[in-house]
Design a protein around this ligand. Structure first.
Ligand SMILES: [Zn+2]
Length: 396
C-alpha cells in the first residue's frame, strides 16, 4: 500500500511522507491501515519501492497488502502523471458504499474515474462485480492491464486469453483497443486495431507511448488510424485452419463441411475476413462467416432475397446451439450484431456475390465460387485481398 492514516487520522502518501519527514523519523511515527485500522509499518526501499505493510494482516486486507512491487510502481507513476493532468486525483481511496478500493480515483471534465491496474489474474466474476460496483455509484471504471500480462507473439500478433480479453474496449469512434501500462518502461502500452483470428489470437498494433508524450484525453479515448497487415493475416488464417484440421477442434463444423462435400482448405476467400466488429464474436471469423454462407446462400437459388434481419435470425440459432460463441464480457447488443452482419453482407456485395437492390435488401447475384485445388484457393485469395485493399473497404 502507498497510503495509510497517521496518528491524527489524516491520510498520508508514502512519497510525500519521505519528502517531508525524512527517512529516519518515519520509523518512530505510528501509521494505520485505512481499511482494517490495524497497525502498518513503513518498509523503506532502496531498490524496491517504499510502502506500508501490515504488522498483523487482517483477511480484509490480504489483497492490498500483497500487491507486487510492479503494481505499486505502476500505481505511483500513474498517480504522479495524473496529478499533472487533472486537478483532483486520489490514491487508494476506500469507497465504503461499495466496499471497493480503486488504485486511483480522479475527476476530469465532470466525470469521476476509478483506475484498476491489474497485473495479477482475477476471475471474470470479480472483474464484473467491481465494474458494476463502480457503475452503480456513478463512477467510470478504467481497467488497465499490467504490461507483464501482455503475451505478445510477434510484432503484430498477440495472444489474449480469457483474463486479458476482459480489458478490451471500444473508443468513441468504434475502434477496438486494449489499454496497458508498463512501469519498467514508464510508458503506456496501447494495443489497437484488434482483429481476432481465433478466440484468443489477434492481429494488432502495439504502441509504446512514454508517459511524457501522452495526455489524459488520449488515454481516456485513444484515437488511432486503422491498419491491417494482409500477408500476416493470410498467414494467420492459414495457421488457424491448420490447427482446426490437425487438432480436430470444431468437430461439428468440420463434419458439416464434409457433409456438404466441402473442405476447409477449399473455401472462398471471403471466409475469414477481418471485419471491423469481428471481436463481438469469440468464434473465429473463418467459422462464423462460413456458417453465414451455409445458412443463407449455399444450395440456395441465385436470385433469392436476403435481409440482415434474416441473417441475424439464423446466426442467433447457431449461437443458441453453441456453434458460434459470443464474446461474453463485450455483451454485444442486437444492434451491434446487426452491424457486424451488415459489414459482412457489404463485403459480399463487393465480391459480387450479393447485390443490394434496396436499402438492406440483398439479392443473391452470383453463385459462391469454391476453389477446386489448393493452388487455386491461394490465387483466389491473392486476388481477393488485392481487390479489397485497393478499394480500401470494410476496415479502412
Ligand atoms: Zn488493513
Amino acid at each position: 500500500m502507498l497510503t495509510a492514516k497517521n496518528q491524527w487520522g489524516e491520510t498520508v502518501y508514502i512519497g510525500d511522507l519521505i519528502k517531508k519527514e525524512g527517512v529516519h523519523r518515519l520509523r518512530d511515527n505510528h501509521y494505520f491501515c485505512p481499511l482494517c485500522k490495524g497497525k502498518v509499518i513503513v518498509k523503506l526501499g532502496v531498490q524496491r519501492i517504499s510502502h506500508f505493510a501490515h504488522v498483523h494482516l487482517s483477511p480484509l486486507c490480504v489483497e492490498y497488502d500483497r500487491e507486487s512491487m510492479y503494481h505499486m510502481q505502476a500505481k505511483m507513476q500513474l498517480f504522479k502523471w495524473l496529478e499533472t493532468e487533472c486537478s483532483k486525483v486520489e490514491l487508494e481511496v476506500f469507497l465504503p458504499d461499495i466496499r471497493q478500493r480503486p488504485d486511483l480515483m480522479f475527476t476530469f471534465q465532470g466525470n469521476t474515474y476509478c483506475v484498476e491496474y491489474q497485473c495479477s489474474l482475477i476471475s471474470k466474476e470479480i472483474f464484473e462485480k467491481r465494474t458494476n460496483g463502480y457503475l452503480s455509484s456513478g463512477l467510470i471504471p478504467l481497467w488497465i492491464l499490467g504490461a507483464n500480462r501482455v503475451p505478445r507473439k510477434q510484432t503484430n500478433l498477440i495472444s489474449l486469453p480469457k483474463f486479458q480479453s476482459l480489458f478490451i474496449k471500444k473508443n468513441n469512434t468504434g475502434g477496438w483497443y486494449l489499454p496497458s501500462y508498463c512501469p519498467k518502461l514508464k510508458s503506456f502500452i496501447s494495443i489497437t486495431n484488434l482483429h481476432p483470428l481465433s478466440p484468443h489470437t489477434m492481429q494488432c498494433d502495439y504502441n509504446v507511448i512514454p508517459q511524457s508524450q501522452l495526455h489524459l484525453p488520449q488515454w481516456l479515448n485513444p484515437i488511432f488510424h486503422n491498419t491491417f497487415y494482409v500477408s500476416n493475416w493470410r498467414k494467420g488464417i492459414q495457421q488457424v485452419k491448420d490447427n482446426i484440421i490437425r487438432f480436430q477442434t470444431h468437430y461439428l463444423f468440420l463434419q458439416e463441411l464434409y457433409r456438404n462435400q466441402l473442405h476447409l482448405y477449399l473455401l472462398p476467400p471471403y471466409v475469414g475476413v477481418p471485419l471491423k466488429d469481428n471481436l463481438l464474436l469469440e468464434t473465429s471469423p473463418i467459422i462464423w462467416q462460413m456458417y453465414v454462407l451455409l445458412d443463407n446462400l449455399f444450395l440456395k437459388e441465385v436470385g433469392s432475397i436476403l435481409t440482415k434481419e434474416i441473417v441475424y435470425k439464423r446466426l442467433t440459432k447457431r449461437i443458441n446451439r453453441n456453434h458460434i460463441e459470443v464474446r461474453n464480457h463485450v455483451k454485444p447488443s442486437v444492434d451491434q450484431l446487426l452491424t457486424l452482419i451488415r459489414e459482412y453482407l457489404f463485403l459480399l456485395t463487393k465480391c459480387q456475390v450479393l447485390k443490394e437492390i434496396n436499402p438492406n435488401v440483398y439479392r443473391y447475384e452470383n453463385p459462391l465460387s469454391f476453389p477446386g485445388t489448393i493452388s487455386e484457393a491461394s490465387s483466389f485469395e491473392e486476388q481477393f485481398y488485392n481487390n479489397i485493399t485497393n478499394e480500401k473497404i470494410v476496415w479502412y
